[in-house]
Design a protein around this ligand. Sequence first.
Ligand code: SAM
Length: 357
Amino acid sequence: MAEELRQLGSRSVTVVSGGVLFAADRQLAYRATLWLRSAVRVLEPVISGRIGDIDQLYELASRPRWEELIGPRRTFAVRATVTQGPFTNSQFAALRVKDAVVDRIRARRGSRPDVDRRRPDVPLRLVVRGEEAHLFRDLAGDSLHRRGYRPIQVKSPLSEAIAAGLLLLTEWDRESPLLDPMCGSGTFVLEAAAMAADRAPGLERRFAAERFPDADAKLWRELRAEAADRLRPALAFPLLGTDRHSGAVAIAKQSAETAGLARSVRFEIADAATFEPPFEPAVVVTNPPWGERLGEGADLVASWRALGTFLRRCSGATAFVLSGAPELTRHIGLRSSQRWPVMAGQLDARWLRYEMR
Ligand SMILES: C[S@@+](CC[C@H](N)C(=O)[O-])C[C@H]1O[C@@H](n2cnc3c(N)ncnc32)[C@H](O)[C@@H]1O
């Protein structure tokens, strides 16, 4: 994500636990919301402070100029994450912040703003870590990983943001053949296609920051027009996802249609154990089943063996495999040349690199 921000023009990027801090003017903040692939949220800090109890939280949350930050005739909502705070009930913390906001605006404006939990104009986020409290405006509103291309609730998908982040780690050049032999709902292939097509993940989405009282509608229009200009219609190299599960392949195809990427990707039914790649992939990326959510036992071992067999057919490729189970990884029968520890959802996993020379 830090690298993505640098590419977007940010000159002060600091990696912190679970995120990246960056200084931004409005343009860069909007750009980040529109373009970041590996981020889940873009948050604008409003106020931070130390708090010893819930009353001090109320007091801290009364200080920002909410009458300007939320503005008249707009709805808001507060979501809270509390870890090891002086109190632990995050709902209660959110409620106290909401009270502080309402009380302040009522005192200054004589009327109170409405709360809309589902689609607030100004979503606020409270993070309490120990005695530190931070309040933010959430620029996207809905989580950025929801690109809008998933047709239905898919059973075990990889988050789009994680898939994009893992792809960025591969340093794939965005113009060489790429393949996922266990593609499931196709997340890697779809994210790769979006990257190669230079398609802004937020191109078709509307964000909360467009409804902020200080929103710059002209700037949003300019950034969207620029994003539309950058979009490449079709790609001149193969991007292929295969899976033995026909239902998964059907979902992947449907997602490609929804994403407007159907002309750039292919999805086919195939078992990795016997599949002969129709081209020489430069990069193979995949997320085999590891039992946390899908399949079990002998079947899992067979899948990892099949992956090893498949990879041996991809000479010249660099392969990347997401694994959450070291005892399964060894069934690939190859030695990885690099590993990154990553969190996939709540799970500890490894992103492993193999040179198929
Ligand atoms: C964890 S899921 C992949 C999820 C995927 N990354 C996504 O975005 O939805 C693992 C996939 O491996 C597939 N699979 C397991 N063994 C396979 C094999 N031998 N050949 C092809 N696909 C296989 C399963 O059908 C399943 O869809």
